[in-house]
Write a protein that binds this ligand. Structure first.
Ligand code: DC
Length: 227
């Protein structure tokens, strides 16, 4: 049986995570949050004091990446993420861990170490894969490829709201600067840079709410899956 794959790529704060979860629920597909894998790896390397020594300790870091002890557990309130049996669901969403993730994500050896783990999520009846290189690198044969973007300002506003909702004290200017720096790093890296696949359906969500984006996505995905 063919596993149907929907990819959603795009920059941080474009709403990918929320929309990917909604699509997975709508189509009853599995969900891959590939950004969480990079966040978990960044956190794990930082906890082992290896993040500053990526150059000299690469074999050690690759070994850790290949053997990350992680679990995604679906609960009534979303997905709980465990690293070495510890609940890090909130920790991995912080800006600090986002920075760790962006660093490790620029390293080809570490990206390669996470590839098989991503393939393993592709199980019947289908998968919604959320990330930066889902359509260009990991699942180039996906039936539906979406690239979701939004202006840096609107993404920063959403992120501030999200982090404040988690009780964190954050400043708009800091978040905007982080988003711009992370976009630059994600788009300019030589390995699997953030960019739309040639055949991707591009949606700019700056002026759209979640329901409007969801409608555009399901209309497109329904057409693609029916082919
Ligand atoms: O989507 P996110 O903010 O959780 O991603 C965290 C970091 O991981 C981000 O800087 C880009 C990187 N990433 C990546 O390089 N490739 C992916 N498929 C997913 C995320």
């Amino acid at each position: 049986m063919t596993v149907q794959i929907i990819t959603i790529d795009g920059p941080s704060g474009s709403g990918k995570g929320t929309l990917a979860a909604k699509l997975a629920e709508h189509y009853q597909f599995h969900l891959l949050d590939s950004g969480a894998l990079y966040r978990l790896l960044g956190l794990s390397l930082q906890q082992r004091d290896l993040l500053e020594y990526l150059d000299t300790k690469m074999p050690n870091c690759v070994e850790i990446a290949s053997n990350l002890d992680i679990q995604f557990i679906t609960t009534g309130n979303g997905i709980q993420v465990l690293l070495d049996c510890e609940d890090v669901s909130q920790t991995i969403r912080t800006e600090r861990v986002g920075e760790f993730a962006s660093k490790v994500a620029a390293i080809p050896e570490l990206r390669a170490a996470l590839v098989e783990r991503q393939y393993a999520f592709a199980q019947a009846p289908g998968l919604v894969a959320d990330g930066r290189d889902m359509a260009t690198t990991i699942f180039p044969n996906a039936q539906a490829k979406i690239y979701l973007t939004a202006s840096a300002e609107s993404r920063a506003q959403r992120r501030v709201k999200q982090l404040q909702g988690m009780g964190l004290d954050v400043k708009m200017n800091d978040i905007l600067a982080n988003i711009i720096a992370r976009d630059k790093r994600d788009m300019e890296r030589t390995v699997a840079p953030l960019k739309p696949a040639i055949d991707a359906y591009i949606i700019d969500s700056s002026m759209l709410n979640i329901d409007e984006v969801f409608k555009l996505m399901t209309t497109y995905v329904d057409q693609q899956l029916a082919k």
